[in-house]
Design a protein around this ligand. Structure first.
Ligand code: ADP
Ligand code: MG
Length: 438
């Protein structure tokens, strides 16, 4: 991760800046929702906080596909922190470590804006919060990144608690469930693990697509599910796709997940995006003219998390410039976020077809594993365009290319992006391909 970030900063900062601020820093901790950077002095810390935070948030978002907060500590603070900490098992940096899960107070029904893409999901969530365990069990939300699945899940939890203040609720990501399970085996605390998960009134398990390939965890979850279901306890699940599209998800889980109700959440239309921005702006006490809100909502159409990111950026920009928020200020602030080529209604499949035809290779080769240059380059170009021109997530793009890992897609993207700065022929080819796509 640190190498990835360093690379990003290298590309965007002058050499002097890079040497001063980035070289001297170090990654010391990664958790579920934050990343801690250690810097040599308070001066460095202030500089990072004031000048590098926005970029950092952006890069972390690219890397993790979700919002992660950067934290900064001086070496001195870090040393004190280490001293006070009880000896613990070491945290691995590549792996997002386990964090005990609680409900986020910001994710309530009150703060949720209802629109076309999510009204079904919202309605189902309300029903489940008010009559848990009876009608829709399990309730299953699926849809792309940043569309409000986690938000709705927490909202159910809050609402449920309001009605039954003593209820036991457990929110967990599927990864944390898997970690808890594995730890319980290692530490011989399986009984405790089961207590923890089966003794609840409402179990919320987020992003179950990460159960793919985890046989033992699936087995355990199967039993957890059955125990809760038999007790008429409510279960809510989310995923980025339907259960039967999750690779290597056991058939018996797939069929159980279909017992209740599955609802998809689709990207918000313009009107909903404006409403969401307005709500967030009000909550932050920001004064933003209506046409500026429409402008921002018109630029960012992929998902709500990015929409929020755009607002944060505009806000920061106006603070730095000491200027009111206007449309032209917003346009400046969002320059780097706006993808001109997006919104073309192009699918990955179309891109693959056009690219393979253009380079006269077969579709099978384009999606395959052959490593010869005549094939690798078109493949990377097709991946690049899929990222550039569609709103598909990196894992999804990887999947469409014969099940490749998302890091392969990142690699392809960066390779082409870099090549484009030097290679005019390539640039020309890409332009032509884009033309035929339109
Ligand atoms: P997902 O879990 O689907 O990836 P999240 O629930 O994390 O998405 O939502 C991403 C961000 O967008 C969160 O900050 C959330 O509060 C916000 N958000 C999503 N949907 C809505 C909505 N309908 N109204 C207001 N905010 C929303
Ligand atoms: Mg989520």
């Amino acid at each position: 991760l640190w190498i990835y970030l360093q690379d990003k900063f290298k590309q965007s900062l002058s050499k002097v800046s890079y040497d001063t601020w980035i070289q001297s820093a170090n990654l010391v901790r990664v958790t579920d929702n934050s990343v801690t950077v250690e810097v040599p002095s308070t001066l460095h810390k202030e500089y990072w906080q004031n000048n590098l935070t926005t970029r950092m948030v952006e890069y972390l978002y690219e890397y993790f596909g979700r919002e992660i907060s950067p934290l900064f500590v001086t070496s001195e603070e870090q040393a004190n922190h280490e001293e006070n900490k009880e000896p613990q098992k070491s945290e691995s940096f590549d792996h997002i470590s386990m964090v005990s899960s609680t409900l986020n107070s910001k994710y309530s029904f009150d703060t949720f804006v209802i629109g076309k893409g999510n009204q079904m999901a919202h309605a189902a969530a309300l029903v489940v919060a008010e009559e848990p365990g009876t009608i829709y069990n399990p309730l299953f939300f699926y849809g792309g990144v940043g569309l409000g699945k986690t938000h709705l899940m927490h909202a159910i939890g809050h609402q449920y608690l309001q009605i039954n203040p003593n209820a036991k609720i457990k929110y967990v990501s599927s990864e944390n469930f898997a970690n808890d399970f594995i730890n319980s085996i290692q530490n011989r605390t399986q009984e405790k693990f089961r207590q923890q998960y089966r003794n609840v009134d409402l179990l919320l398990v987020d992003d179950i697509q990460f159960f793919a390939d985890k046989e033992g965890t699936q087995e355990e979850f199967f039993h957890t599910f059955n125990a809760l279901y038999d007790d008429r306890k409510q279960i809510v699940l989310t995923s980025d796709r339907l259960p039967n599209e999750i690779p290597k998800l056991q058939e018996r889980l797939v069929s159980r997940f279909a017992w209740g109700l599955s609802v998809d959440i689709t990207p918000p239309d313009l009107e909903t995006r404006i409403a969401i921005l307005r709500k967030k702006a009000n909550a932050e006490g920001l004064e933003i003219p209506n046409d500026t809100l429409s402008y921002i909502a018109g630029q960012i159409d992929s998902n709500i998390r990015e929409l929020e990111g755009a607002l944060v950026r505009v806000q920061a920009y106006s603070a730095i410039q000491r200027n009111d928020i206007t449309t032209s200020l917003a346009a400046d602030a969002l320059k780097s976020m706006v993808k001109k080529d997006k919104n073309l209604d192009v699918s990955i499949a179309t891109i693959q077809q056009v690219v393979s035809k253009y380079y006269q290779i077969t579709l099978a080769d384009l999606k395959g594993k052959k490593r010869v240059r005549q094939i690798v380059l078109p493949r990377q170009i097709a991946m690049y365009l899929s990222r550039e021109m569609t709103n598909n997530s990196l894992p999804k793009i990887g999947k469409e290319f014969g099940g490749k890992d998302h890091t392969t897609v990142i690699h392809a993207y960066e390779k082409i992006e870099k090549a484009l700065t030097k290679d005019d022929d390539l640039k020309h080819e890409l332009e032509q391909i884009k033309k035929s796509l339109q």
